[in-house]
Design a protein around this ligand. Structure first.
Ligand SMILES: CC(C)(COP(=O)(O)OP(=O)(O)OC[C@H]1O[C@@H](n2cnc3c(N)ncnc32)[C@H](O)[C@@H]1OP(=O)(O)O)[C@@H](O)C(=O)NCCC(=O)NCCS
Length: 173
């Protein structure tokens, strides 16, 4: 079934928050006790947070039945020194589980990469949870390499991450 990838509109902050929360719960909900998950979600997917995401650049993959995934860009500097500036961060990439492995994530990544190049970035970076082999494999296919370790603290949980980066001049796709 076909789908298209488009930029999120500022008027979509609320539905984006609902969709983003559902994606997060589906992918990472298992990590948190229920109460902690509810608390985290009550802060992470507000309309204000989504407004800011959309302002910086957010893409939605949309099929006839609804949204399949989304990606977002942030301008935060990469914590690893080795990535040459200017660079941009892939701060979110989520695809609903029923749409994994079907090219939706590739289309979202392609839109993100196009925009990174258009903005003159020399590199792109992200942080991926160490316990997420599927994502690590996906990013490797897209030319990302390991730049070091980081830890994200969420509701008292210490989550080890890998900082991954890609030089846009050598990115594969
Ligand atoms: C990460 C994500 C965007 C990747 O999209 P996807 O459509 O699942 O990716 P693909 O299926 O194209 O690629 C995944 C790769 O991992 C492989 N893979 C699948 N399950 C795996 C596992 N358990 N362990 C290791 N590799 C795995 C696939 O075979 C594929 O490798 P290949 O391209 O060499 O065949 C998607 O899985 C997702 O949204 N996950 C939940 C949210 C998330 O983790 N976001 C990333 C936050 S950093």
């Amino acid at each position: 079934m076909t789908f298209n990838v488009r930029q999120a509109d500022p008027s979509e902050a609320h539905p984006l928050g609902m969709f983003a929360e559902a994606c997060f719960r589906e992918a990472f909900g298992y990590l948190f006790p229920e109460e902690a998950l509810d608390l985290l979600c009550s802060k992470a997917f507000t309309t204000q947070v989504m407004d800011s995401l959309i302002h910086n650049g957010t893409w939605i993959a949309e099929g006839p039945e609804g949204w399949r995934g989304y990606a977002a860009m942030s301008l935060d500097p990469c914590p690893a020194q080795s990535l040459e500036p200017p660079h941009v961060e892939l701060s979110r990439l989520y695809v609903g589980s029923s749409w994994m492995g079907q090219g939706v994530s590739d289309a979202l990544m392609a839109a993100f990469m196009d925009e990174a190049r258009r903005r003159g970035a020399k590199g792109v970076w992200l942080e991926a949870f160490e316990g997420n082999p599927r994502a690590l494999r996906f990013y490797k296919r897209w030319g990302f390499h390991d730049l070091g370790a980081s830890v994200k603290i969420r509701e008292g949980l210490h989550l080890p991450h890998r900082i991954l980066g890609s030089d846009l001049s050598v990115a594969i796709q």
